[in-house]
Design a protein around this ligand. Structure first.
Ligand code: ZN
Ligand code: ZN
Length: 425
């Protein structure tokens, strides 16, 4: 592999809490030097003037759909979308068909990722057999096969007893439980329950469906000492509960998605099924609370919940459409436009929530210092571009952000020293 010199960029280092101008030299897949001016004869040069050089971005909440629903996405197409979106790694949710509830499925996903040779994939193991919420999987065997965390995402773990045991086992294994917090007895709607659902005549799911489930899981995390990661926080109540739990010393982390800090339930007003997600897009006060949670550190991670669906599945009546949107290729633009330019987060904190924080949750490390694996992302914070669903490389195009003008674009995604250019034409 040829040496690579990233020249003239601004290195953003959340571990050190600072950003500084520096060259970065990569040799044999690792960072060899980080210095003001590096001369490297024969190295390939990547001009990063005016750009940010960050630790490799990690999206810890992605649905790659393989095995079983390859018409929506595959490991190959999903990891292609990931590197185009600036992500050097993704955590793959286990609600495939079959579910990642046995070691063979974990190994299958890892093998597909190796073949694809794009972003790294960290499979998440199913908590319960078939993600049906009844009996726990062989979590130790799944961990050994490569599961980085455990979750039944796509649906909640309905029984508190099952969640208790899951947190206890996960604690022994030193991995987090990622919880999709939703009380199904309250969650019968197709959008957020509020003024907009009433006006549209659509059945709503109240914020309480999320709050109740978050409260239960926090209590169980406190009781067991297990590490809980709350997926896709979308309500003011959930933000408050996580904030209070953290203050008490509960071992909890949380993530928010770009769509939940950008859009409100008004995005559903045109009956656009691409705005039908679970948890649903919420009210103004919830969006404001999620942003506050990001700003004060209650919410550690930004993750996309990339959930591809084919056009024929989404182009149906709102009530019948599946939940989910594709997020990998728009996340960086939305973070820089809504949060950095929007004055919610400084650049270093925003990058931390996309790289070093998810790494910490998953027990990985991401640094830019000599010896570190060369997983890096180069971002142009000034590039202005318009989201065009036809240009997405994900197999599915279900984005509610088509036509959005964004500022901030990943231009190179470097995985183990190998450069994947992410720039749009
Ligand atoms: Zn979920
Ligand atoms: Zn999900």
């Amino acid at each position: 592999m040829m040496d690579l010199l990233i020249r003239g960029g601004t290195v953003v280092d959340p571990a050190a809490g600072r950003a500084y101008e520096s060259d970065v030299l990569i040799k044999d897949g690792r960072v060899a030097a980080v210095e003001k001016k590096i001369t490297a004869r024969g190295a390939r040069v990547l001009d990063a003037a005016g750009k940010l050089v960050t630790p490799g971005l990690i999206d810890m909440h992605v649905h790659l759909r393989e095995p079983g629903q390859e018409h929506k996405e595959t490991v190959a197409s999903g990891t292609c979308a990931a590197v185009r979106g600036g992500f050097t790694a993704v955590a793959a949710m286990p609600n495939t068909d079959p579910a990642a509830d046995r070691p063979e499925v974990i190994r299958y996903v890892l093998e597909r990722a190796r073949e694809a040779g794009r972003a790294r994939v960290y499979p998440v193991g199913a908590l319960t057999v078939g993600s049906r919420g009844k009996e726990l999987t062989e979590m130790g065997a799944l961990r050994e096969a490569g599961a980085a965390a455990f979750s039944d995402d796509g649906r909640p773990v309905a029984g508190a007893h099952v969640m208790r045991r899951a947190l206890e086992y996960a604690r022994m294994l030193g991995v987090p439980v990622i919880s999709h917090c939703e009380d199904l007895s309250l969650a019968a709607g197709v959008m957020h329950e509020g003024l907009v659902s009433t006006m549209l005549g659509l059945k709503g799911t109240p914020a309480a469906a999320e709050d109740v489930a978050v409260a239960r899981d926090l209590i169980l995390a406190e009781m067991t000492g297990g590490r809980l990661h709350v997926a896709h926080v979308s309500t003011a109540g959930a933000v408050r509960l996580v904030r209070e739990a953290k203050a008490r010393g509960v071992r909890v982390t949380a993530e928010a998605t770009p769509h939940h800090f950008t859009l409100t339930d008004r995005a559903v007003a045109g009956f656009d099924t691409n705005a039908k997600v679970n948890p649903p897009l919420r009210a103004d006060a919830d969006v404001a609370a999620v942003r506050e949670g990001l700003a004060d550190g209650t919410i550690d991670v930004i993750a996309t919940d990339h959930a591809p669906h084919a056009a024929h599945e989404k182009e149906v009546e709102f009530d019948l459409a599946p939940f989910g949107l594709v997020g990998l290729e728009t996340a960086v633009g939305l973070v820089f436009t809504e949060l950095v330019a929007g004055g919610v987060l400084d650049v270093v904190t925003a990058v931390a929530k996309l790289s070093t924080n998810p790494a910490r949750v998953l027990g990985l490390s991401r640094t830019i210092e000599p010896g570190a694996v060369a997983d890096l992302t180069v971002i142009d914070p000034e590039a202005v571009w318009t989201v065009n669903r036809a240009e997405l490389v994900s197999k599915s195009k279900n984005t509610p952000f088509h036509g959005f003008k964004l500022k901030g674009l990943p231009c190179a995604t470097i995985v183990g020293g190998e450069v994947h250019l992410a720039a749009r034409s």
